[in-house]
Ligand binder design. Structure first.
Ligand SMILES: Cc1ncc(CNC=O)c(N)n1
Length: 247
């Protein structure tokens, strides 16, 4: 039995297979029109402010989810894997992130205490709560954690790439998730997820059926994350039908 990750092996794992297999939906989440509008500088400010208020609500709900993954790593992971350290660093960045949201909100005149969660935010937060239930496997929770972070990393890194016309006042938001440090953190999460998935797939758990189930549940969870992310971006753009009543 070898639970250790192979260092320097970011690709070729299960997560890579999923990204290739579900390429279109992955691109839908990481190259969404909202992100493209930030990148080309045409973003509408009310949309950005809406995103800011809703994402603050999401991030507050994300903290207990990450804490629940940390508890699973403590209980299920092996100490030499270093999983806890990676997850703990994620909690540390979330602490800074919450402070950043408050600062950014005051800069844009958004009163966070008055922001009510929209439907897509409520649904996404409910999904996080489901993932915190004790019956959810560490592998499944870890795959979701990686996917949630990776979507933001890939999206905002795109806003910083060559040719970006992102407005200077939005560059800081892009830097927050698009910087190299966040990229490395996402690779670490990906390596953990791949190692756990590989272990589940190889049937190191005596009941092979059970572990196959874990792998397919993790894949479904990955797809659900992508769908929730697309809904979240749609809401931010104002295409979710909240700014005008539906006919
Ligand atoms: C909707 C959503 N998805 C992912 C992230 C990135 N993780 C933590 O900040 C986020 N802030 N918001």
């Amino acid at each position: 039995m070898d639970g250790k990750s192979k260092p320097g092996l970011p690709h070729g794992g299960m997560t890579d297979t999923w990204v290739k297999k579900h390429r279109l939906i992955y691109i839908g989440a990481t190259r969404h029109p909202f992100i493209l509008s930030i990148r080309d500088g045409t973003v509408d400010l009310p949309a950005f402010k809406r995103w800011l208020g809703q994402d603050y609500i999401f991030v507050r709900a994300f903290v207990p989810f990450v804490a629940s993954v940390l508890i699973r790593a403590y209980k299920k992971g092996d100490e030499s894997s270093g999983d806890m350290e990676v997850i703990l660093s994620g909690l540390g960045s979330l602490n800074d992130e919450i402070a950043w949201f408050k600062q950014e909100a005051s800069k844009w005149g958004v009163d966070l205490s008055q922001v009510a969660p929209e439907k897509p935010t409520q649904h996404y937060c409910r999904f996080l709560e489901e993932l915190m239930r004790p019956e959810v496997d560490y592998t499944v929770a870890m795959a979701a954690f990686w996917a949630i972070e990776a979507v933001y990393q890939e999206s905002f890194a795109h806003c910083l790439e060559e040719g970006s016309k992102a407005p200077p006042e939005l560059k800081e938001a892009c830097q927050r998730w698009g910087n190299d440090g966040f990229g490395h953190y996402c690779s670490s999460l990906r390596n953990i997820a791949d190692r756990l998935l590989e272990k589940a797939a190889s049937g190191s758990v005596p009941l092979v059926k059970v572990s196959e189930d874990v792998v397919s549940k993790a894949e479904v969870t990955f797809l659900r994350v992508l769908e929730y992310e697309v809904d979240f971006w749609n809401m931010s753009c104002g295409t979710a039908g909240h700014s005008a009543p539906k006919p």
